[in-house]
Design a protein around this ligand. Structure first.
Ligand code: MG
Length: 162
């Protein structure tokens, strides 16, 4: 009998502005611009949180952590993904693997790839060989290409715990 598996997809985008830190996958990336957000604006963690919640058909990040709730103002993205993961685990699922694409014109993310993979693996309690991260530029086109935005897409595969 085939094992029960579920796939989830999440995306996120934030405007890039000067004077903010750039956080991607729980790692601070040296950059002259960062995401404009009430939280740390970590598009990788936000996309992955949505992918986890969607794969388990539990909820989505906007419903679970509404930005209209003053109690949640400034909530860390690491806290959001930890709470989402706890709900996914409680529903009987474990994470098989995660794949992430970041769209960012600059800086280059390749030098930071392994540190982002390691931090993501830590946050979702899997080994780093189950996590991959790659980056694409916007080829100078559109909001990403013009350096006005950073975005991320994440897919996650869940397996039912026996
Ligand atoms: Mg976001």
């Amino acid at each position: 009998m085939p094992s029960d598996m579920r796939i989830g997809l999440g995306t996120d985008l934030h405007r890039l502005v000067e004077g903010r830190s750039l956080w991607l996958g729980g790692v601070e990336i040296p950059s002259d611009k960062g995401a404009d957000a009430h939280s740390d604006g970590d598009v990788v963690l936000h996309a992955l949180t949505d992918a986890l919640l969607g794969a388990a058909a539990i909820s989505d990040i906007g419903e679970l952590f509404p930005d209209t709730d003053p109690a949640l103002a400034g909530i860390a993205s690491a806290t959001m993904i930890s709470e989402a993961l706890a709900q996914v685990h409680a529903a009987g699922w474990s994470v098989v693997n995660v794949d992430v694409v970041v769209e960012l014109q600059s800086p280059k993310l390749r030098p930071h790839r392994d540190s982002i993979r390691a931090r993501l693996a830590e946050l979702i309690a899997v080994s780093a060989d189950r996590v991959f991260v790659k980056a694409k530029t916007g080829e100078g086109l559109g909001a990403v290409g013009e350096g006005r935005a950073v975005s991320a897409q994440a897919v996650v595969l869940l397996e039912a715990v026996k």
